[in-house]
Design a protein around this ligand. Structure first.
Ligand code: FNR
Length: 182
């Protein structure tokens, strides 16, 4: 059975991030031939083109993890109707030096949760723009906008009954998307 490794990039570096919790719950809905790398972005310096020739260790690690993955799932909050700066910083790092982007061709899924009712819809649209430029084939449908509220999880931290079918459907479509692009 083929094995698929997915790099999971959470757009929040907050210790108790709702998006990190969502990412961890989501992983449990994947089939057994999928495994995950939680990509660390909190120790990346601010991107500076002057460092392209001599990238620091965390940048090399980031690029190595994305390059080794068969797909990428972005789980991001919305900050001021866009993606958080920490996520854009990570994307920029892994896109450079020019011609050495590791994003190209990686089948991606975009998902997120926020406290607001729009459930990261606008952040996701901004992220899709960036990914389109980087030649990342991004699953278009279904779109998933989740408001973080009571009942989203069960007592064990798994996706609760009300959202399970919906999220399982997204995972199934994303799995097929990865296999199509493998
Ligand atoms: C927010 N939040 C927010 N929510 C939203 O739905 N739309 C938005 O535009 C914003 N903007 C925004 C800006 C900044 C700077 C912060 C700190 C927060 C609220 C956001 O949904 C909430 O803080 C989430 O808890 C962030 O996700 P994590 O960190 O829990 O994963």
């Amino acid at each position: 059975m083929a094995q698929y490794r997915i790099a999971v990039v959470v757009g929040s570096i907050r210790k108790d991030s709702f998006n990190k919790k969502l990412a961890e719950a989501l992983e449990k809905l994947f089939p057994a031939d999928f495994s995950f790398t939680a990509v660390r972005i909190d120790d990346l310096p601010l991107y500076n083109q002057d460092d392209d020739a001599n990238p620091p260790e965390p940048v090399k690690r980031l690029k190595g993890e994305i390059a080794a993955a068969q797909g990428v799932v972005f789980v991001t909050p919305e900050y001021n109707r866009s993606i958080p700066g920490v996520l854009k910083n990570a994307i920029d790092h892994a896109s450079r030096p020019y011609g050495q982007s590791v994003w190209e061709g990686k089948p991606a899924g975009v998902i997120g949760t926020s406290v607001g009712q729009l459930g990261t819809a606008l952040a996701q649209q901004h992220l899709r723009n960036v990914l389109a430029y980087l030649d990342v084939p991004t699953l278009g449908q279904p779109e998933i906008f989740i408001q973080n509220r009571e009942g989203l999880y069960d007592a064990a931290g798994n996706i609760g009954e009300a959202s399970h079918k919906f999220l399982q459907g997204w995972v199934n479509d994303y799995v097929a998307w990865v296999k199509k692009h493998a």
